[in-house]
Write a protein that binds this ligand. Structure first.
Ligand code: IPE
Ligand code: IPE
Ligand code: MG
Length: 230
């Protein structure tokens, strides 16, 4: 079971409390641990979290710098508990535009957690689904590979810095009230169930995840077939 979450609403949550957006991001980061810890208990094997999109570079400099600092701090602070909880961390997205010390922190955390077998946590940083697909096409063309769906997913995994082929998403959750994909996992979400909640990310709790899973369980997935054939 692969669940992906667009963690949206930090800025509006902070503004509603007359605090700076950066404070909203810090509170949003704090909300992550409880979600990751509760995820295996509700049957989630792979959890992908959208932390920073390729388009988020267009935000004011101070906010971008604050977010990069927050990632670094997050990785340092959370790696020991991830190891303890059996979390295998993979950071997906581009790395060539990230500061060198953040890239080092990512490698250190991935290395330290590589034997985690309870859950795979994929953190999307400088991620764009379109960019990933374009790069797969480019690599395939340059090497003269004729891709099929399986090899496309393999190549995409390599491009996103994981060893495995990208897994299909079963359930996509977006907090913060918007109902859009914002360039997240476009290939992997071909048959994903979509769940939108007005809860702002800093307020998102394991109970909200359980509610999303309850709604998901009641959905009728047909994958283009008729119900009896599924
Ligand atoms: C999501 O919260 C976090 C990131 C995009 C990094 P936002 O910062 O987009 O919060 P809103 O949408 O402005 O409330
Ligand atoms: C998507 O949220 C990216 C993350 C949550 C990291 P945005 O807030 O950047 O998306 P838009 O601008 O509302 O589409
Ligand atoms: Mg937003």
């Amino acid at each position: 079971m692969h669940v992906a979450i667009i963690m949206d609403g930090n800025g509006r949550w902070a503004r509603a409390r007359r605090r700076p957006r950066e404070w909203g991001h810090r509170q949003g980061a704090k909300a992550i641990r409880a979600i990751v810890e509760s995820a295996p208990d509700v049957g989630i094997d792979v959890l992908t979290l959208y932390a920073f999109s390729a388009d988020n570079w267009k935000r004011p400099d101070a906010e971008v710098r604050g977010l990069l600092r927050l990632f670094r701090r997050y990785l340092r602070a959370e790696t020991p508990s991830m190891v303890e909880d059996g979390v295998r961390l993979q950071v997906i997205g581009r790395r060539d535009r990230l500061p060198a010390d953040l890239v080092r922190a990512i490698r250190t955390s991935e290395e330290a957690t590589r034997h985690g077998s309870r859950i795979t946590l994929r953190l999307a940083v400088d991620y764009s689904a379109r960019d990933a697909m374009v790069r797969v096409a480019r690599v395939a063309a340059e090497s003269g590979t004729v891709v099929d769906e399986a090899s496309f997913a393999e190549l995409m995994g390599q491009i996103l810095n994981t060893d495995d082929a990208v897994p299909d998403v079963d359930l996509l959750i977006r907090s913060g009230g918007e109902q859009r994909l914002s360039d997240f996992l476009l290939w992997e979400c071909a048959y994903a169930e979509l769940y939108f909640t007005s809860r702002m990310w800093p307020d998102f709790r394991p109970e909200d995840l359980r509610e999303a899973m309850r709604v998901f369980a009641a959905r009728d997935r047909r994958f283009g077939m008729v119900a009896e054939a599924v």
